[in-house]
Design a binder for this molecule. Sequence first.
Ligand SMILES: Cc1cc2nc3c(=O)[nH]c(=O)nc-3n(C[C@H](O)[C@H](O)[C@H](O)COP(=O)(O)OP(=O)(O)OC[C@H]3O[C@@H](n4cnc5c(N)ncnc54)[C@H](O)[C@@H]3O)c2cc1C
Length: 389
Amino acid sequence: MASTDIVIIGGAIVGASIAWFLREEGFAGSIALIERDPQFTCSATTLSAASIRQQFSIAENIRLSRFTLGLFRELKKRFGDDADIGFREKGYLILAGPEGGSILEANHAVQLAEGADIVLEDAETLQKRFAWLSAKGLSAGAYGRSGEGWFDAHALLMLFRKALKQRNVEMITGEVSSIRREGDRVTGVTLADGESIDAGLVINAAGPNAGRVAAFAGLVLPVEPRKRSVFVFEARERFEDMPLLVDPSGVWVRPEGSVYITGGAENEDGEGPADPADFDPDWSLFEEVVWPTLAARIPAFEAIRPGRAWAGHYEYNTLDQNAVIGPHPEVQNFVFANGFSGHGLQQAPAVGKALAELIVHGAYRTVDCSPFAWQRIADGRPFRELNVI
Ligand SMILES: Cc1cc2nc3c(=O)[nH]c(=O)nc-3n(C[C@H](O)[C@H](O)[C@H](O)COP(=O)(O)OP(=O)(O)OC[C@H]3O[C@@H](n4cnc5c(N)ncnc54)[C@H](O)[C@@H]3O)c2cc1C
């Protein structure tokens, strides 16, 4: 039976980042990174909209994103001169109707206090700033002048995974099918092919499958897959100044090279977990909600040519749509890095750093992630993020 100091379940952005930062923080023990889908065809990381923002309602979420932003800005220093994730710092534009104005204002105050470069503007000013926008029905909008935008998620993932090859991290292809536990300790994992690996510490980085993985250890984690579709379309006109726009309805759109991508506005009322094997985009959502909303908000998008589409799974935390980070309070050698509910790609580097600090130094040093601790699940005490896109 193999034996490893740290086993990380899930080798996409969260797992890879944790492994990389463990080495950066000086962890010298053995690390195994276990991934069942080494092409990442179904992982949230590669199916995401690959965007980063600072427009959150909770200071801790802004701090996590700002850490990642800092890493993006020194990518070549950290990963070498070839490192390039195509970061396009074009901003987010989050729009509010009459009811949403006060929430936008309150969020904006939190963002400014954290040093984010966001301006809050009324409908008339927005109309002047963005000629292609219809400001009809808007009360205000918050625009990120810097520090927000989009990038190539696959390139970011490959940066970490390639770097791990030089960092003595064992990359295992396999599916964890059970976790061994003795009392208040986990002692190892078993793979679907029967291989067993003893572990001193197990980290759950299993994305939308994290609830199931926690259950292998007999632990409760209210994280489930929720299907989210992304639609590609072409338009005759190019708007070079277009940020990632979020309509009050929840529909979002942004440029992607020579085309645009869009999605959002899924009805969460009564929504249950997705079938883990269902990756079919919801075309009725596009026809009935997304396209009509786009055409009303950006009149040039009345005449667009829909292209391909894909769907991925959010790792949806049903308690509060926010991450669960850190050890279980009783089973302390089982660590969570889960539940990011649609904003985990941009948080992954920061969470990797935070957990590496906790494991190596015994405390969070850069971003205090203790408000994300699992205990709130047991207490039924939400730590709610309002800006879930
Ligand atoms: C449509 C969509 C749009 C999104 N847009 C954004 C965005 O713009 N910005 C942003 O920050 N976030 C976004 N997200 C969220 C983001 O993609 C995720 O939060 C992030 O990628 C989570 O990373 P992860 O490594 O935890 O999960 P994943 O990328 O899903 O990786 C988990 C890995 O664990 C593996 N795994 C699971 N179970 C096991 C097991 N038992 N054994 C072995 N391996 C296992 C899986 O194969 C998978 O590769 C979006 C998500 C979706 C679906």
